[in-house]
Ligand binder design. Structure first.
Ligand code: RB5
Length: 154
């Protein structure tokens, strides 16, 4: 599993923490930045990461981190094929995968500490889409109403 990771300045330290941990767990990490705590605009990072994620042909998910996770999730969901979920705890993170087939988790570094962030990401990564008919239908409607008409990731 490939993990695309990105953060703005507020999320940078948490990105580095999670990146080290997840690399140790065997994930292949593709870090799109930022690479310091210099001020950065979260839409730029979300734009870059989502472009790469929808073009990725291998199994891949994304992790985006800003101060609250809100800016990153709003920005990421602009791109067709992206279903980005802002989550602060493991239950929401798991259900975002199981029910919504989310392909990006957004975290708020000013909201969650490193341990809770780690547990939240782990729940996201170890949970798969349920593929039950009702969930499949609802996710298809997200694509339909998004004007996309095609699913880029599954
Ligand atoms: C940056 O100060 C902050 O606004 C940003 O990280 C994020 O929280 C926006 O949603």
């Amino acid at each position: 599993m490939i993990l695309y990771m990105g953060a703005d300045h507020a999320g940078y330290p948490l990105k580095e923490y999670l990146k080290d941990y997840l690399a140790q767990q065997g994930y292949e990490i593709l870090d799109v930045g930022v690479y310091s705590e210099n001020p950065a605009d979260y839409p730029d990072i979300a734009h870059t990461l989502t472009a790469k994620l929808v073009q990725e042909t291998r199994p891949a998910l994304g992790i985006l981190i800003c101060g609250t996770g809100i800016g990153m999730s709003i920005a990421a969901n602009k791109r067709p094929g992206i279903r980005a979920a802002n989550a602060s705890e493991p239950v929401s993170a798991a259900l975002a995968r199981e029910h919504n087939n989310a392909n990006i988790i957004c975290l708020g570094a000013r909201v969650v500490g490193p341990e809770l962030a780690r547990a939240t990401v782990e729940a996201f990564l170890r949970t798969g889409f349920s593929h039950e008919d009702r969930h499949h239908r609802r996710v298809q409607k997200l694509e339909l109403y998004g004007g996309d008409g095609a699913s880029h990731t599954d």
